[in-house]
Write a protein that binds this ligand. Structure first.
Ligand code: NCD
Ligand code: ZN
Ligand code: ZN
Length: 423
């Protein structure tokens, strides 16, 4: 179905119309018989790309499936998501990766790009079949043991050497298990002491980031730092980039807006890895995103069933949902970021990091029609029950967030119309 989108503000810079042909590609003339979307007052961006999504299929379809996660992604303005490997079983074979890729195609709402595990079963010992996953139909290029840190430096070195051959990247969950003990469940600081909760200090992240940028330099391979959470990690990244080391980094929406004080109520909704940090870290993360030291925003959408989350704080699962709220949180946390910069950190750069050639493209003839249309002046009050996700661990419930995703177009197909899933 061809499409004419009229009067949108393209990246907030100039008003223009967008034309989409039957093949789902942007063209320079209005196709005959096209559906029209009136986008007057809306900002058009390339469809968002999430480098870090947890779908729970296979294994925990009660918490999320590829379909429900894809729906949440489309509602959040995404046209591509990377599905983390910590499912059950783990995505550590070509067959498992291909299955996730197929489920994504069947859901048909966003491109679901499987992330492959670095090590078998995320055990941190033997490398998974990285080459076979890359050569499979899923075409895996991003590898991660996320949820666990590849803590053995020798294993990390070998993984980097291996993926270098085909331009792959290792996305690291930076958490030194020796410094952040097995029961660590929040930021280590004055508050964790007062609350009597075992903390995990920023240094447990920073030593791994520092080690990994040196391994990237040594191997000439590419490292991506998942969910950066401290000012110290930002300093290391700034230095590494200055040296020309091939490293990229992401920050989550929640680390840009929420701080560790929220833990005073012992509400496990706010329990996440890495933990919410003090305001000084949040300020450093915002500045680093604005100046390009941090390359991308990634949701780390981590749905959990009620019976895994509703526990005493120490026993509850780590993680929060985030696909539907990411853009609103970024707009709220960084109101001065230009729309072109929002496109850069939420679409263009993540697509480049993941090697997704059809995403993050300029809104110009010849590009695949992956587009999101946003109302920049709306405020949305988040309701955790009005969500496509199967999980309700939503830290934004009841909050007002700036901007609203109105329409999403994936490959020329309208997936979200007027803020609701299209039929
Ligand atoms: N972020 C989280 O707190 N949890 C993630 C794992 C992870 O990203 O480390 C999960 O899979 O639930
Ligand atoms: Zn992680
Ligand atoms: Zn994660």
């Amino acid at each position: 179905m061809s499409l004419v989108i009229t009067g949108a503000s393209l990246l907030g810079e100039r008003t223009g119309d967008l034309y989409v042909d039957d093949a789902g590609v942007l063209v320079d003339e209005a196709p005959a018989g096209a559906e029209t979307i009136d986008a007057d007052g809306l900002v058009a961006l390339p469809g968002l790309v999430d480098l870090h999504t947890h779908l729970r299929e296979p294994g925990r379809e009660d918490a999320e499936t590829v379909l429900t996660g894809s729906q949440a992604a489309a509602l959040g303005g995404y046209t591509a998501i990377l599905a983390m490997a910590n499912t059950s079983p783990v995505t550590d074979t070509a067959e498992a990766a291909t299955r996730v890729w197929e489920l994504g195609r069947e859901a048909g709402l966003v491109h679901v790009q499987p992330v492959g595990a670095v090590t078998r079963g995320l055990a941190g010992e033997e490398l998974a079949e990285l080459g076979l996953m890359h050569r499979s139909r899923a075409g895996v290029t991003v590898f991660s043991d996320d949820g666990k840190c590849v803590h053995d430096a020798r294993v990390m070195r070998r993984a980097l050497e291996y993926v270098k051959a085909f331009g792959g990247v290792v996305s690291q969950h930076s958490q030194d298990p020796a410094l952040a003990g097995p029961s660590a469940c929040c930021h280590e600081g004055e508050l964790s002491g007062r609350l009597g909760l075992p903390g995990w200090p920023g240094i447990a992240e920073e030593v791994i980031v520092a080690r990994d940028v040196m391994l990237a330099r040594h191997t000439g391979s590419r490292v991506h730092v998942a969910h950066v959470s401290t000012a110290g990690s930002v300093e290391v990244l700034r230095w590494a980039k200055g040296q020309g080391i091939d490293v990229t980094a992401e920050v989550t929406p929640h680390h840009l807006l929420l701080t560790t004080d929220l833990l005073a109520g012992y509400d496990p909704t706010f329990k996440v890895n890495p933990p919410l940090r003090p305001q000084e870290d949040v300020d450093a993360l915002r500045a680093a995103l604005a100046d390009g030291t941090i390359d991308a925003v990634a949701t780390d959408h981590a749905p959990h069933a009620r019976h895994d989350k509703e526990h005493a704080f120490v026993d509850a699962a780590f993680g929060m949902v985030g696909l539907e709220t990411a853009l609103g949180v970024v707009r709220t946390a960084l109101p001065d970021l230009s729309w072109a910069d929002v496109a850069r950190v939420m679409s263009v750069t993540p697509a480049r990091i993941a090697g997704l050639a059809d995403h993050g493209r300029p809104l110009e003839p010849g590009s695949p029609a992956n587009v999101v249309l946003v109302d920049p002046s709306a405020t949305v009050t988040v309701d955790r029950d009005a969500s496509a996700s199967l999980s309700r661990n939503n830290p934004w419930h009841g909050r007002g967030l700036t901007s609203r995703v109105v329409h999403t177009v994936h490959g020329g197909r309208v997936t979200v119309r007027d803020g609701a899933l299209a039929d």
